[in-house]
Design a protein around this ligand. Sequence first.
Ligand code: GTP
Ligand code: MG
Length: 245
Amino acid sequence: MIFFLSQPWRKINWQDKQTDLQFVKNYKPQVKGQQLRILLHGLVGAGKSSFINSVQSVLQGRIPNTFYPFVFNNIMGLGPNKGVLVDDVKLALKGHIKDGYLFNPVSQISEDHAFYKTFPELNDKVHVLVLVICADKLPLLTDKFVKELLEIRKAASDLGIPQVALLTKIDQACPEVKEDLKNVYKYEYIKKQMEKLSAEVGIPMNCIFPVKNYHEEIHVDNDTDALLLSSLRSIITLYFTMSEK
Ligand SMILES: Nc1nc2c(ncn2[C@@H]2O[C@H](COP(=O)(O)OP(=O)(O)OP(=O)(O)O)[C@@H](O)[C@H]2O)c(=O)[nH]1
Ligand SMILES: [Mg+2]
């Protein structure tokens, strides 16, 4: 049975994405020249690259000539059969692994590897860790993968790095959302998926954001932009509230 809520349980500025856009544009790192480093990880095909591309397309041309305040890194292909070594993820969190490194599922990066950075600078350290996971794959989470995620989460927590999750492909998971993205917080199905993720991996609900990435569209779309911007704004806000503690 599908439960439809007459009022959405979370508010999104569908009619006014400019406010969130302005917020994101105005974001300035506390230290001059520093960037907010966001590390994405998740299963193969979860939508990591699509999210990075989608955000870039939303911001494109809207951050004129200035220095880009965000940088996204992407760890490819965690589990279930491929896997990434959790120890490598820990090194990445600390800034020891340079951009573009192809993570090896069977052996850890060596200290003499060209992509290994012995002395990471402040700007290399990860500020926010983002788990990217497809809404339609949630029922298939294996114990092994969940265990891996918990280990990664613990490593990030030990380093004081805030963690959030993006629930992608909500259009594929729920026909009503595909029909109208504004239904995202009105259908209980998506909320249930978020609760499931929260229970399994321990990420609180207020740190989980459902998104639809651009994937086959040629044109930008207001609602897709609005939801992406709201998730980006929430990630920034979360980083601030958590780093002030
Ligand atoms: N319908 C739909 N498709 C999506 C969405 N996000 C990504 N996709 C599609 O899912 C597929 C995988 O997305 P990617 O962004 O390449 O996934 P990835 O996490 O970067 O995967 P790896 O780089 O292999 O680890 C692509 O065909 C995308 O077009 C979404 O929100 N909705
Ligand atoms: Mg990718």
